[in-house]
Design a protein around this ligand. Structure first.
Ligand code: GFB
Length: 399
């Protein structure tokens, strides 16, 4: 019977350890659906939500990334840690994967009959018969990706809470205290938001939180492998060409806007470095080639020992491989892209390039820029500064 006692002992140790790992946070939790936009938007929102959770001193429940596949009616939810590690985030603030929270804590902390959805004010349902003037509702699961997101964890809401006029700008006000006063953790253990409790684009002060977003070993390794086996030895320049049809349409908004999507990253949050212009959103092929050649020449002069040997192109549509190959053939520089489309691997490789040229308006480019900033790697933007202004500066100054 000795072995049975030993077995029971080991099993109880195991259970105790598992429970200790998932101890309830008495300060409460924040959950949200990354229901706006694709990866770049969601990443911007994530950094703001992380800052918000820290300011309220609640654990942030790490949502899965919401993805859209062609021809599919419902979004796909991809676990947070598929792309990024959880541990580095803990250095900044308490976080827990949504799957872990639902599996190990939800029954106790957030029973099914106490799940309330938070929205600023009433959100009307697309189905008219669901809208009751006497019972305003967040309709948190109405539409895609809202329904599929919460369904992933079998979450249904039994009520709605309108938090307006509270807001999320914890960096410039004492609003965090108001949230804590209005929503005490014992009565409101989980604040579950229908959208991210953050602004888009990411606030200036939250950009640096990017350093806690560390690629998962799978993506780190895949990027390293591509650079080692596909690219020739030597420095490489990473390019982001955002030129799909959705982008062409988005760029039409340039003429009536001060800022668009991620544009504060080059123009400044108060337009202190200039106004929007068309080329910033959609540079011409000629200007792309001109700028790339100029960058290569500058790197050659400034870093003669680390010559550029190749160019890696990431794009949602046209990689311009033949145009770029032709343009660089006399310089003995090869041009590459991934064989199979993978937006995350593209990002991870761009993050590692010796030099990066991205699209200032794109939040996908902004992710790369922030990551590179945390490592002190150089980045530039297409058509920035404006051609005329650039001609007035000395050729070396842009590096
Ligand atoms: O990431 P995202 O919000 O950035 O959306 P923008 C663009 C999506 O297009 C990415 C794909 O999440 C990718 O799925 N994509 C873009 C790419 N560039 C690349 C690339 O280099 N490689 C690969 N493989 N995929 C804006 C949004 O997109 O687009 C706005 O912010 C709006 O909400 C607008 O939808 C039209 O900021 O570039």
């Amino acid at each position: 019977m000795q072995w049975l006692k030993l077995l029971i002992y080991f099993i109880s140790i195991l259970i105790l350890n598992t429970n200790a790992e998932f101890e309830r946070d008495p300060n409460g939790y924040i959950a949200y659906c990354p229901c706006m936009g694709r990866f770049g938007n969601q990443a911007d929102h994530f950094l703001g939500s992380l800052a918000f959770a820290q300011a309220l001193n609640r654990t942030l429940i790490l949502p899965p990334w919401v993805e859209y596949r062609k021809g599919e009616m419902r979004s796909r939810q991809v676990p947070f840690d598929t792309y990024f590690e959880v541990e580095p985030l803990q250095e900044f603030h308490r976080v827990i994967l949504m799957s872990d929270f639902m599996e190990h804590l939800a029954d106790e902390v957030w029973p099914a009959n106490e799940r309330i959805a938070f929205c600023y004010m009433e959100r009307k349902s697309l189905q008219q018969d669901k809208n009751d003037p006497d019972a305003p509702n967040c309709h948190a699961k109405d539409g895609n990706p809202f329904g599929p997101f919460w369904d992933t964890y079998s979450i249904d809401f039994v009520g709605s809470e309108f938090y307006g006029p509270l807001h999320f700008d914890v960096r410039h006000s004492s609003i965090a205290t108001k949230w804590q006063e209005n929503y005490k953790a014992d009565k409101w253990p989980v604040l579950a938001f229908t959208g991210a409790p953050a602004s888009f684009p990411v606030q200036l002060e939250n950009r640096e939180l990017q350093r806690y977003l560390v690629w998962s070993p799978k993506y780190r390794e895949a990027a390293r492998e591509f650079i080692r086996t596909v690219l020739p030895r030597g420095a490489f320049i990473g390019l982001h060409l955002r030129n799909g049809i959705d982008w062409v349409r988005a760029c039409e908004h340039i003429k009536d806007s001060q800022q668009l999507f991620a544009s504060p990253q080059c123009l400044g949050y108060k337009n202190e470095r200039g106004e929007l212009y068309q080329e910033l959103c959609m540079p011409t092929k000629e200007s792309i080639i001109r700028q790339l050649k100029r960058t290569i020449k500058n790197v050659r002069q400034l870093q003669p020992k680390n010559e550029v040997k190749s160019v890696f192109v990431a794009s949602d549509a046209n990689h311009m491989i033949s145009e770029l190959t032709n343009a660089l053939s006399r310089m003995d520089i090869s041009v590459h892209k991934l064989q199979e489309d993978d937006p995350y691997l593209d990002l991870a490789i761009l993050g590692q390039s010796n030099h990066f040229i991205g699209n200032c308006i794109s939040s996908y480019s902004a992710f790369v820029k922030r990551e590179r900033d945390t490592h002190g790697f150089p980045s530039y933007f297409w058509s920035f500064p404006k051609e005329k202004e650039r001609q007035q500066t000395k050729p070396h100054e842009e590096l």
